[in-house]
Design a protein around this ligand. Sequence first.
Ligand code: APR
Length: 353
Amino acid sequence: MPIQIIREDITKLRCDAIVNAANNSLLGGGGVDGAIHRAAGKGLLLECMKLKGCKTGQAKITGAYKLPCKYVIHTVGPVWRGGTNGEKELLESCYRESLQLAKEYECESVAFPLISSGVYGYPKDQALRVAIDVISAFLLENDMLVYVVIFDKAAYKISEKLFADIKEYIDDHYVETHTDAHFERMRGEQCSQILEAEEVCFETTFLDEPVTQQVEPVKELSLAMPKQVAKFSLEDKLGEIDESFSEMLLRKIDEKGMTDSECYKKANVDRKLFSKIRNNVHYSPSKTTAIAFAIALELNLEETKDMLMKAGFALSHSNKFDLIIEYFIQSGNYNIFEINEALFMFDQSLLGM
Ligand code: APR
């Protein structure tokens, strides 16, 4: 998944470059800036001193010193002043300039904090949307793995109503399934008890008066129907093999009038993985990848279940992640950003953006 939203301390990431939300002096500060300088050690500060500062919306690159990554890209986000002073454009520029530098230095992976969303006061949910929009646009033309590192939940603010609706959906279905499962187990036990009881008092059930002596349990019920003799060849069975996941995916892309790249970009699946799926009719993807394609194709619930089944998966009602996906499909909401907001709020792993 080219974009991944993760909850992590950015100073721990082993990607090629991490981005620092710095200030114009580039001489360190609090927040993520302070964390990066502390983890990198003095060498970083000494190199930064040679850069002679950085303008807001611009980016500069240094080594990483004691950090596990290769480079640190320092960018200076705008201070939030109500949103009418070009803050959005400056913040977009931070991401664009940093991605450009990462590309120039042939980074295959880069991690961003939510620039300006701490000390500089940019509303976190808006800061996240800017980040995702600019990164997604960049990834339409470039191959890179981009992490958006969320340090606290405030970045996601799904509406109270949406949260309540999803919670209700999970409670209803989650309980239902557990009851079902419990019921199945009980039914199984009851059935075997009834069967035993029937075996012992098989005669009783059909006699007027109760039978006093113990009757021999019925050994086996001889059914009138002759045993069905299986009459099919292996070729017949192989001929019944259903359309594969890959075949269904390509069929659906055509039916939706999408191009391959539109679909895998929207599903946030990288080009290499997509070509593996396209070139191997029996390729079986991960469940998350299969779901991401179903969302990108905006399949209804039945089609989604069908596509998942072809990959060997099912939407399970005893799995919150699946129930949240089902909730959004049932509501016809395929906005992967909102789906991730909900998944994040329910502490579930996220679909690639
Ligand atoms: N890993 C990942 N994210 C982090 C970390 C960390 N270790 N520490 C903080 N963050 C997150 C914050 O939760 C926030 O969402 O980074 C985001 C950016 O917050 P700040 O670091 O406060 O950066 P910013 O809002 O851009 O303000 C920049 O703060 O630290 C000073 O010198 C810096 O003056 C500059 C100003």
